[in-house]
Design a protein around this ligand. Sequence first.
Ligand code: KIV
Ligand code: ZN
Length: 528
Amino acid sequence: MTQPEDPNRVLIFDTTLRDGEQSPGISLNAHEKLEIAQQLARLGVDVIEAGFPITSPGDFDAVQEISRRVEGPVIAGLARTHVADIDAAWNAVKDAERPRIHTFISTSDIHIHHQLQTTRDDVKGQARAAVAHAKQYLDDVEFSPMDATRADVEFTGEVCQVAIDEGANTINIPDTVGYTMPHEFTEYLLRLYELVPKLKDVVLSVHCHDDLGLAVANSFAGLRAGARQVECAVNGIGERAGNASLEEIVMLLRTRQPDVGLATGVVTQELARTSRLVSRLTGYPVQPNKAVVGRNAFAHESGIHQDGVLKERTTYEIMDATTVGLAANSIVLGKHSGRHALQQALSELGFELSGQSLNTAFRRFKEIADKKKHVTALDLEALVTDELREEITGYQLEWFDVEASSRRPPHATVGIRMPDGEEVRGSFTGDGPVDAIFRAINAATGSEARLREFRVDAVTGGQDALGETSVVLEIAGVSGSGQGVSTDILEAAGRAYVRALSNATRRRGIMAEAEEALATEAEAIRTP
Ligand code: KIV
Ligand code: ZN
């Protein structure tokens, strides 16, 4: 990607599907990744880092599918400097409208000595070879000196120079362990500009982690120092404490544009929806007081604040909730609304459904509308996201019976459709109705899953609100998360559990495949 013509345009590089997906417990399948990538395209990000294709066949397939189906943003695949990584990244992104390979190697001595167990010269050589190899395939190549902020800036400059000489068009400076501070990061980047004058001919990017809660502040400092690409993730998810939060950096630039003078191409009205989708599919909740997209981000509790906002919104609000898509949506359907009204309402929300998927959505809508007076935009969004997941899960909850009473422990029986189509049953007497259902599902599927987290939220307010549940479970050390939506909490819980089980089972399969591939590779190296 060449530099944008407008020197004040900041490129948003979204890494929700790569760094974000590396968050503990997140296990998105290819279908869910595609759903997020399509929403990111609607949000108007410039680059989607869709995954790290060498790491597993599942990751490769997801990046390839996104490259083939998502239009608009550049699609990037991550690669270490190894030839096999770069080849895998290329094969995964080559069908994209605008593909990119992002290759990286550490420049800090801590990483070079302890992790890579090599020398600075070797790192320089690997960086040169990797960029040159990637350039044989495509023009758009990004290079990152990993752990740069703890590395010798002179040496990092030498490595960046080599990458630029070989044709890298973006140089990304990562604060890999979230260690730097804004003023220090500014100085580091300014020094890098002095050491590598050619840096001004390429896009300088920043990638900051949030270990000290400074990811957004450091990214902003990077932009003030001259960077024009920010790597960030929706809801700030990512390794350990996460990455810079996309919505925060975007709204910072928008809200303070008159003073800072920088702008992104993000359609901010899509921010809240993107945040909800990512939270639903990853199972990572958004804290209520989260800046920009938390449910209290525009709520006023104290009488003085409420009074002020009623008189004039700007007395206590620096942003308008409608700007980030958080204001109450006008769509409301009732129990007499027909298929066409539903299709239109969904289309307004960005879901184009027809045929079988519209029929299924309509059936679910009717079930809900029978129990709930008004079905709102938030309900429809939760329902459709839930339904879209249905197509790809391994196990399905067909039905359940729960006998609950205050005098006897609850007993549950469930019917589960197995991936091969067979229906199996299981029963369990548990500590509570939810526990009984979860263990009955284990009994039916013959799984030894252990529940790690269980959460219930209401999609909207009111007594008849849709319930949204989230489950994280573990099978033999492999975790999986799943979500479910229903007006009946037990049904929502059961749906979430079977999805988490399907995800964990699928992840175990992928990990076993990856281990097998590694063993074959090691065998091939041993065999002359
Ligand atoms: O944090 C980091 O250094 C990374 C690189 C791969 C850019 O995620
Ligand atoms: Zn990172």
